[in-house]
Design a protein around this ligand. Structure first.
Ligand SMILES: CCCCCCCC/C=C\CCCCCCCC(=O)SCCNC(=O)CCNC(=O)[C@H](O)C(C)(C)COP(=O)(O)OP(=O)(O)OC[C@H]1O[C@@H](n2cnc3c(N)ncnc32)[C@H](O)[C@@H]1OP(=O)(O)O
Ligand SMILES: CCCCCCCCCCCCCC(=O)OC[C@@H](O)COP(=O)(O)O
Length: 273
């Protein structure tokens, strides 16, 4: 019994010691803590969402957004947001952003407009309490392996956007990516905007490589710049315009990504690959 008592005490002493001496330990600890804490937050949010709206409802995103806002402080991250005015657009729109890591959820919750949910891979629904909270928040799940299904889900989403006046956040790269550049965009987000005839609002996250390096096992404190770009109208466009719309969005976002990532690099030291 006496020995069992000692275990938490020992951990309390060892963890800070390891945090000070080993950056690899910090990396694993912060990653584990992030996932575990999000699971706990989701567990708390589930009954709140059910009490408030009785089930799957986009209004639950307000609760989720509120509950995630403090997590950045626990991980030593700070957001610098620019272009807020571009989100002050009435009615439905499609937000598109680059996707580097699951940490993107923190930035998403930092600026998530009202009545906005996201499109995500269907595997996320199996992520325990996080999966359930995603479902309650009205997240639209797509099967990336069956793209014909994904396309029809997104066509339905275009209709729902207008009927229910909702906004959708899509990661057009279609997967996480930390190669220091953007992956080519998939077309779904642009078909969605054109089908619903709603504007696209591009959002760019600066590179995480100045504080988070997966290969080197480093997870330091850092600043993430979030740049909201002016909306791109799609009124009058047809499916023939989707490719040029996608190319134009890609070029704008890539330029912004290199610009804001570069300015962080200059102020915080060189990016290491
Ligand atoms: C209390 C709190 C607790 C906390 C807990 C936390 C809570 C968190 C809550 C909330 C945050 C959640 C955050 C989640 C984050 C998750 C992110 C992800 O999961 S990212 C992976 C999934 N996302 C995507 O994949 C993007 C969407 N994908 C697409 O749009 C693709 O385009 C897709 C799947 C629809 C098709 O992909 P293809 O691989 O076939 O590639 P393509 O090049 O786009 O399409 C091929 C052809 O089909 C046409 N096409 C595509 N979409 C079409 C459409 N809708 N209609 C007609 N044609 C279409 C295209 O034009 C293209 O044709 P031509 O080559 O141009 O001739
Ligand atoms: C048992 C698993 C528990 C997971 C708990 C995770 C807690 C963090 C919540 C963040 C959810 C964000 C999910 C996310 O960012 O998904 C990654 C995919 O978009 C990218 O797909 P891919 O695997 O890179 O193709």
């Amino acid at each position: 019994m006496d020995v069992l008592w000692m275990i938490p005490l020992l951990l309390l002493m060892i963890i800070p010691l390891l945090m000070c001496t080993s950056s690899t330990f910090v990396f694993y600890f912060k990653k584990f803590f992030y996932v575990a804490w999000m699971m706990v937050l989701a567990l708390i949010a589930i009954p709140l969402c059910i009490l408030k709206s009785g089930g799957r409802d986009i209004e639950n995103m307000r609760i989720i957004r509120f509950m995630v806002r403090h997590v950045k402080y626990l991980l030593g991250l700070r957001f610098e947001v620019s272009g807020w005015e571009h989100l002050q657009t009435e009615g439905p729109y499609v937000v598109i952003s680059n996707h580097q890591s699951s940490l993107d959820v923190l930035g998403l919750m930092e600026i998530l407009p009202d009545r906005c949910t996201t499109i995500a891979k269907k595997e996320l629904v199996y992520a325990g309490t996080v999966g359930l909270i995603c479902w309650l928040g009205g997240i639209v799940f797509i099967n990336r392996k069956k793209t014909s299904d994904a396309k029809s889900v997104m066509a339905d989403a275009a209709k729902t956007m207008l009927d229910d006046q909702i906004r959708l956040w899509v990661f057009p790269e279609g997967t996480r990516n930390q190669n220091g550049d953007l992956l080519p965009f998939k077309k779904g987000a642009f078909h969605l905007a054109v089908q619903a005839q709603v504007p696209i609002i591009p959002v760019v996250f600066s590179s995480y490589s100045n504080f988070y390096l997966r290969k080197e096992k480093q997870f330091k404190s850092g600043v993430i710049r979030l740049k909201i770009l002016p909306k791109i109208e799609t009124k009058g466009m047809t499916s023939d315009d989707v490719s040029s719309l996608s190319d134009k969005s890609f070029d704008l976002m890539r330029a912004a990504f290199l610009d804001i990532s570069d300015s962080i690099t200059r102020s915080n030291g060189p990016v290491r690959h």
